[in-house]
Design a protein around this ligand. Structure first.
Ligand code: ADP
Ligand code: MG
Length: 319
C-alpha cells in the first residue's frame, strides 16, 4: 500500500532525512517513534505530498506522490502536526467546507454524520471551533482526515497536548480505524505507539534504527523488568539483601527517603518475575514494603538497547 524508498531531505544545508525507506501493507497500523527533531513530521509531510523531498520516492496505492500529488492525496487522510482548522467556522460548517475542498462524492449528510459519530463531535456541531477545547479540536482534525473515506490515514502526533481521558478516547478511535484503513501515526512516547500499533518504526536523526513488530520491540527491550520500590528498614542491609534475591540483576539506592523508608531501583533478569521472592525476603526480615511500581521503559533506554543489539548483529561500531 505504501512504498517509501531512500528519502533524503535537507533544509538549507542541514540534513533532516538521511535515507528513510519502508514498506507498509494494506490494513497495517504502524507507529513512527522518535524524539523531537528525529524527522517524523518531515517524512509524513513528504509522504502526503505537502513537502518536496531532496531525493527518493514515495508511492501510495500504486501512485507516485511526487509525479501525481493530487491523485495520491485523494488516497490519504492527513492530520498534520498543526491541525488545519479555521477557528471562525462552526464545526459542521468546517466539515462541509472540507467535503467541498476534497470534492467528495459520497452522500454528504450521512457521510459527515457518520464521521461526527465516530469522532464523537456531534454535540459540538454548531459551536465555533475557536471556543472548543484541544481535545475537541484534535477530534475535528481527525474528522477532516476521514472525509472521503481515504484508504490511508496518516496522523502526526494525534494525542499531543491531550489529557489522559482524551488520550484513551483517541486511542480507541484509532484502533477502530484500522479495520478499514491503513494507519500511520507518530509519537515521541513509546507507550503511546505500543498501545495502538502492531509495528513500530523508530526514527532517530533522520534514519530508521528499528522496524519491528511491537511484540518484538517489547522482547528486545525486556519491557517491564524495572521496579521502583520503597522499603522500610535499614538502607545498607536492605540493599545488600535486595542484591541477593534470586532473579535480581541490579539493585541500587535512589537517594530518596521519607523517615525510615528508603527508595530503590531494581532490575530483574529478563523474563523473571521477582515480586514473590522479593516479598518473602522482606517478610523474613520484617521490612515492610511501602511501595512497588513497575518503571516504564524510557525511549532513551529503548534506543540504547536497540542500537546495542544493532551493533552486535551487524558488527558495526557506533559513533
Ligand atoms: P519530528 O517531527 O520528528 O520532531 P521534524 O521532521 O519536524 O522532526 O524535524 C526534523 C529536523 O528538521 C529537525 O532538526 C528540525 O529542526 C528540522 N526542520 C524541520 N522543519 C524545518 C524547516 N521548515 N526548516 C528548517 N529545518 C526544519
Ligand atoms: Mg513532528
Amino acid at each position: 500500500m505504501i512504498e517509501i524508498k531512500d528519502l533524503m531531505k535537507t533544509y538549507g544545508s542541514k540534513p533532516a532525512l538521511e535515507g528513510i525507506g519502508f514498506h507498509i501493507n494494506k490494513g497495517e497500523i504502524v507507529g513512527f517513534l522518535g524524539p523531537n527533531g528525529a524527522g517524523k513530521s518531515t517524512t509524513m509531510n513528504i509522504m502526503t505530498g505537502y513537502l518536496s523531498a531532496t531525493s527518493g520516492s514515495a508511492v501510495i496505492g500504486g501512485i507516485d506522490v511526487f509525479e501525481y500529488p493530487d491523485e495520491a492525496k485523494k488516497l490519504i487522510g492527513f492530520l498534520p502536526e498543526q491541525p488545519p482548522l479555521y477557528f471562525d467556522m462552526k464545526v459542521g460548517e468546517y466539515l462541509n467546507f472540507v467535503y467541498e475542498l476534497k470534492k467528495c462524492k459520497l452522500p454528504r449528510k450521512p457521510h459527515l454524520e457518520e464521521i461526527m459519530k465516530v469522532t464523537k463531535i456531534i454535540d459540538v456541531k454548531d459551536r465555533l471551533i475557536a471556543n472548543l477545547s484541544k481535545g475537541y479540536r484534535q477530534r475535528i482534525g481527525i474528522a477532516q482526515a476521514l472525509i472521503g473515506n481515504p484508504p490511508v490515514i496518516i496522523l502526526d502526533e494525534p494525542t499531543v497536548g491531550l489529557d489522559p481521558k482524551q488520550i484513551i478516547e483517541i486511542r480507541n478511535l484509532i484502533r477502530n480505524l484500522k479495520r478499514e484503513h491503513t494507519v500511520i501515526l507518530s509519537s515521541h512516547i513509546l507507550s503511546e505507539v505500543q498501545a495502538v500499533c502492531e509495528r513500530i518504526i523508530i526514527i532517530n536523526e533522520g534514519r530508521i534504527i528499528a522496524d519491528e513488530l511491537t511484540e518484538n520491540i517489547r522482547q528486545a527491550t525486556g519491557d517491564g523488568c524495572d521496579y521502583n520500590v520503597k522499603i522500610c528498614g535499614p538502607q545498607r542491609e536492605v540493599l545488600s539483601a535486595l542484591k541477593s534475591v534470586s532473579g535480581v540483576a541490579y539493585a541500587g539506592s535512589v537517594g530518596e527517603r521519607e523517615g525510615d523508608v528508603y527508595s530503590y531501583l531494581i532490575k530483574s533478569e529478563r523474563g523473571v518475575d521477582i515480586r514473590k521472592p522479593l516479598f518473602y525476603m522482606l517478610a523474613e526480615h520484617q521490612w515492610p514494603l511501602m511501595g512497588l511500581e513497575a518503571a516504564g521503559m524510557e525511549l532513551e533506554d529503548v534506543f540504547v538497547k536497540i542500537t546495542e543489539n544493532d551493533t552486535k548483529k551487524h558488527g558495526r561500531r557506533m559513533a
